[in-house]
Ligand binder design. Structure first.
Ligand code: KG4
Ligand code: ZN
Length: 343
């Protein structure tokens, strides 16, 4: 079964053709990052307009690269939530129109489910149940993946997402957007124990996150140094910050794994490209005799191949969109299964 998938939840217009949830026949990504860089972050209206301009060309190229025509596609999929609403509406509406014109089924995919499915593409041996840490620019979730389309969110952030925290810390350190990769590089040159930073816990749930205090601590260190005309060692602060984020993410994930008896862990989302995070999880999994699945770097960030993969499992589970299907800026992952009617 060949699925043409579309992703437009943030600042990447992407389309891919994926066969049976396993084989990526094509994957095209048009990134807007250079334009958003000028503003230090994603400007929602610009994102929507660029998606609108790029989507037809990106979809055409995905079909061309796969060497097929639209009539050879069995279904069309699109990210329907969560994300920037104007951005999501471009992909969802385009997919709806295309599905109706070509008389193909339309599958709405949850973006977080898509991120997790990136691991199925790279590791066909991975199968639920397992525990997945999803860390991206807008999400920090510890998810118990019960089945390919059934999830239990064990923990999530109460404020900033891990990637957002990376980007804001990077910004105050003078790195361009998106800052995660720059912190990763600078941290390699710094002393990760130069600064002791806060690791805020959330009283109501041991698996939840709160990153805003950590972000504020980094901002305060930089501002205080500026006021006193003191130099800070950017590499040391980047390394200390990164170590703290990695400790927070790994401690809570492994606590959940231990309490729930999971022996298989996966990482997903843009932040799972972080070299220190990958190392910490590799080390901890080895120590505890757990299996670890890491997405390849090209599948960590937003792409449509992961959406095409998840769409296959959603299709098998009977998920179909209808003419009333909408896009949503927020939508709980656990409820994504019930988002659309079953035919
Ligand atoms: O998954 P993604 O592409 O988009 C969302 O769904 O949000 O994640 C983007 C986030 C950004 O915050 C970016 O700074 C972060 O992933 N990121 C990283 C690294 N590469 C990307 N964070 C830390 N280290 C990296 N190497
Ligand atoms: Zn994403």
């Amino acid at each position: 079964m060949r699925i043409l998938a579309i992703e437009s939840s943030c600042d990447e217009t992407a389309a891919a053709v994926v066969e049976d949830g396993k084989k990526v026949l094509s994957s095209v990504i048009a990134s807007q990052v250079e334009e958003h860089k000028l503003y230090g972050g994603v400007v929602p209206e610009i994102a929507s307009r660029r998606h609108s301009e790029a989507i037809l060309g990106v979809v055409k190229k995905a079909l061309d690269d796969a060497g097929i025509s639209l009539s050879q596609v069995d279904a069309i999929a699109a990210t329907f939530a969560p994300g920037l609403i104007g951005a999501l509406l471009v992909g969802t509406s385009f997919a709806k129109g295309l599905a109706m014109a070509a008389n193909k089924p339309l599958i709405p995919v949850h973006h977080i489910a898509g991120h997790m499915a990136a691991n199925y593409l790279a590791h066909p041996e991975l199968a639920p149940p397992y525990l997945c840490l999803v860390a991206s620019g807008s999400h920090s979730h510890i998810v118990e993946v019960c089945d390919y389309t059934k999830y239990r969110v064990l923990g999530k952030t109460h404020d900033d997402a891990a990637g957002e925290c990376f980007d804001k810390a990077a910004r105050v350190l003078g790195f361009p957007y998106p800052g995660g990769i720059h912190i990763d590089r600078a941290a390699k040159l710094g002393n990760a124990h130069a600064y002791e930073l806060p690791k805020p816990k959330v009283a109501s749930n041991p698996y939840d996150f709160s990153f805003s205090g950590l972000k504020t601590a980094v901002i305060n260190i930089v501002h205080n140094a500026k006021q006193k005309n003191e130099e800070i060692n950017k590499n040391d602060l980047a390394a200390s910050f990164q170590r703290t984020v990695c400790e927070i993410l790994s401690e809570r994930t492994f606590l959940a794994a231990q309490n729930l008896g999971h022996k298989t862990i996966a990482l997903a989302g843009g932040v799972s490209a972080n070299s220190a995070l990958r190392e910490v999880f590799e080390k901890e999994c080895q120590k505890r005799g757990m299996k670890l699945f890491l997405p390849p770097l090209e599948l960590c960030g937003d792409n449509a191949a992961m959406i095409g993969c998840q769409a296959y499992y959603d299709f098998l589970a009977g998920k179909r969109a209808d003419e009333g299907t909408n896009a949503f800026a927020t939508f709980p992952l656990e409820e994504s299964e019930n988002f659309c009617k079953k035919f």
